[in-house]
Write a protein that binds this ligand. Structure first.
Ligand SMILES: C=CC1=C(C)c2cc3[nH]c(cc4nc(cc5[nH]c(cc1n2)c(C)c5CCC(=O)O)C(CCC(=O)O)=C4C)c(C)c3C=C
Ligand code: FE2
Length: 424
């Protein structure tokens, strides 16, 4: 029986982009996005003039793919896409060579998938399962990014604990946490983001399928973002723009996001994932003033209380005529801002049916943040502590901390600096 050839790359899916063809508006948009995004640069501030409907489905499909290779992994400072499929895996081997092979394969497949190709061409033997599961055939790349990270337990299982950076320790328990073991921990994370949910899921499915003897799936979460114009700040399920302050953090990416210590993680970033249930029914019974005081921002515009526009600087010291803080001290933004700590948030909403215990929506936020050190997340979350006004409306139920490798260049594979370190 002839096995299928998995080494011969054929652009099985990109013909779709070609079909959109010269003269289509989509390619014009793609060109613009290519210029703006091919270096994974942060998004420009939405211009007030950039109004009107967002990109059409064809334009979204044709937008230039994000390069997989680069100084940093894509999917961190890359403008957030509309969909995420976040998967955490457990490792079932202590063999470093086996993991080198897995990460070499994953690097090759990720390069292909993010170009809009399948992981390999279909063979011509009908008596074996098709090499690709097929649900993304005829779909484009949809700006897919695949971002890989590993946890402290990954290093320990492989006997690489002496490579653990001093600050790479499991997150502490925080006040009010109700973390479920089935939604926490794990050894490897794959963050798959794309402007189409099926493309994001397809990519993860292929990666897992090709490593199934070494890993098992532990927990996952799908999520979504909606944009009015493609690059504006999405609204969360409480109706507020979420991610406004990222613009300031992105200006100082070297200071707040990228690891610069000369070790295997140089050029990488720490990812914190928290699955946070949002109690929508309770929130929906809260007055508009109560909602705005909870965040410290105006709901329609996203402006800080006391300011005019979304990106105006919040003045956390300003007081009203009665001497009260304009941005309440215990508001979510007031507390985070006063902590003086910055991190990059790249969160997605989720809606996963009905909670069987409460009969309410099982919905919330897959909070994802990237930072130079896990201490930044710990610092902000500790500042929010028990006093954040938003606590009444949310419960943290899932958690993970992962170190996302630096980027790869041609001829290299993800995690190489760790898996080929002298002690490995
Ligand atoms: C520990 C870190 C944080 C968690 C967990 C978190 C959860 C969370 N946040 C929102 C909604 C908003 N957050 C906003 C701002 C904001 N949040 C954090 C950190 C955490 N949030 C920071 C550092 C900031 C920025 C503060 C600043 O410097 O201005 C906002 C305001 C708009 C914005 O800047 O994004 C909203 C809205 C939810 C719903 C949530 C959990 C479900
Ligand atoms: Fe927040």
């Amino acid at each position: 029986m002839k096995s299928e050839d998995q080494s011969f790359p054929v652009p099985a899916r990109r013909h779709f982009l070609n079909q959109l063809g010269a003269g289509s508006v989509g390619l014009a948009v793609a060109g613009g996005l290519m210029a703006a995004c091919s270096d994974q640069s942060p998004p420009a501030a939405p211009s007030p003039a950039a109004t009107g409907p967002g990109p059409s489905a064809a334009e979204t499909a044709a937008a230039a793919p994000y390069a997989f290779d680069g100084e940093h992994q894509a999917g961190i400072v890359t403008p957030a896409q509309r969909h995420i499929y976040f998967l955490v895996l457990d490792l079932h081997t202590s063999d470093v060579q086996e993991m080198r092979d897995v990460f070499k394969r994953w690097t090759d497949y990720a390069r292909r998938l993010t170009r809009g190709d399948n992981i390999a061409a279909y063979g011509d033997n009908p008596h074996v399962p098709p090499v690709d599961t097929g649900e993304a055939d005829s779909l484009g790349a949809y700006q897919l990014t695949l971002t890989f990270g590993v946890s402290p337990s990954f290093l320990k299982k492989l006997g690489l604990q002496d490579q653990l950076p001093a600050d790479f320790v499991d997150l502490p328990a925080f006040p009010r946490d109700q973390i479920r073991p089935v939604l926490s921990g794990g050894d490897i994370c794959i963050q798959s983001c794309a402007n189409d949910p099926q493309v994001a899921f397809h990519a993860v499915r292929q990666l897992v399928r090709q490593a199934r003897s070494s890993v098992t799936m532990k927990w996952s979460q799908a999520g979504f973002n909606a944009f009015e114009r493609g690059e504006d700040t999405p609204r969360n399920l409480f109706g507020f723009r979420d991610g406004t302050a990222n613009q300031e953090t992105l200006k100082k990416a070297d200071e707040f996001i990228w690891v610069d210590t000369p070790n295997w993680l140089q050029g990488g970033s720490y990812l914190v994932a928290r699955k946070i249930q949002m109690h929508l029914e309770t929130w929906d019974r809260t007055s508009l003033k109560g909602q705005e005081d909870t965040f410290g921002r105006v709901r329609p515009s996203g402006a800080p209380l006391g300011a005019q526009a979304e990106f105006d600087a919040p003045d956390v010291q300003a007081r009203d005529a009665k001497g009260q803080y304009v941005i309440p001290e215990n508001s979510h933004m007031g507390l985070s801002k006063r902590s003086g700590i910055q991190l990059l948030r790249r969160s997605f909403s989720y809606a996963s049916g009905i909670d069987p215990v409460t009969g309410q929506f099982d919905a919330g936020l897959l909070f994802v943040s990237f930072q130079k050190s896990p201490g930044q997340f710990v610092g902000v979350q500790s500042a929010l502590g028990r006093i954040d006004r938003m606590n009444e409306y949310i419960t943290h139920i899932g958690s993970g901390l992962f170190a996302c490798f630096g980027g790869v260049r041609e001829g290299e594979y993800l995690g190489q600096a760790l898996l080929e370190s002298p002690r490995a």
